[in-house]
Design a protein around this ligand. Structure first.
Ligand SMILES: [Zn+2]
Length: 255
């Protein structure tokens, strides 16, 4: 994860905001009247090109790029329709209503079209063994549009809010990541950020960069590295060339 500066784009944005604002008001009215909430896909569809630009077409959680866009979702940081405690859709977060009755948390419906609650996410981080409707918090949880979000302390990293996500997540050179903080550990668990395929691609990308640096150092102009006044310079130069060739072949095999 990297920090993403939340920025409102230019032309055309006002129309989207107006639409989102009107539909949000309808959701709040329906919630107040006890009606079943219906969400409008078009709002998220219309926001997606903006999010793709803001997130460099990468998943907010794993940073993977899934070409074609088909595998990317507009993800609700705070889930819109229900909240669960784990991957099981039946294990809903319970709250107590004003009448003292225990009910399911309705989800953060009032943030369904709030662009600051919407991230670009691959469906591996977002669906299935990924986040789904999970949203852990420490302490008090907001339950309706009248509640302040300030009271909540999410245990999930948000790229808009975290200036330094690396303070929470530690990367090992073998592609495995671990949490430095509870928030980091929860984010890894919830979004399944240590899935095997991710470890493999992280390692692969690192190998490419590492080899690129190495080739740059010894491959392009080894006369700087091995000078003519060095003893046995011809032999050392040839050995370096052979080493570069072998590393290039190894890298090709791995990629
Ligand atoms: Zn992802």
């Amino acid at each position: 994860m990297i920090h993403i500066e939340p920025k409102e784009p230019g032309p055309g944005w006002d129309n989207w905001k107006k639409d989102a604002h009107e539909e949000t008001q309808k959701l709040i009215d329906d919630a107040n009247n006890g009606k079943k909430l219906k969400f409008k896909d078009r709002i998220w569809r219309n926001l997606k090109p903006f999010l793709e630009n803001l997130f460099h077409k990468k998943c907010a959680y794993c940073e993977g790029i899934y070409e074609g866009g088909a595998w990317m979702d507009v993800e609700h940081f705070r889930p819109k329709g229900k909240v669960t405690v784990d991957h099981n859709p039946g294990n809903t977060v319970k709250i107590t209503n004003p009448a003292g009755k225990e009910i399911d948390h309705p989800g953060y419906y009032w943030l369904a079209y709030d662009w600051r609650n919407l991230l670009l996410s691959c469906n591996k981080c977002n669906r299935g063994a990924g986040k789904m409707n999970q949203f852990p918090v420490a302490g008090i949880r907001s339950c309706c549009h009248e509640d302040s979000l300030e009271v909540e302390e999410p245990l999930l990293l948000n790229p808009y809010h975290e200036k330094h996500p690396g303070d929470h997540i530690k990367f090992a050179l073998n592609g495995v990541i671990s949490g430095r903080t509870e928030k980091g550990r929860e984010t890894i668990k919830i979004c399944n950020l240590n899935r095997e395929e991710l470890q493999t691609v992280r390692q692969r990308e690192w190998e490419k960069v590492k080899m690129g640096l190495f080739f740059k150092l010894i491959g392009e102009d080894n006369r700087k590295l091995v000078t003519d006044d060095m003893e046995y310079s011809a032999y050392i130069r040839e050995s370096l060339k052979s080493l570069v060739k072998k590393l290039e072949e190894d890298l090709e095999e791995r990629i």
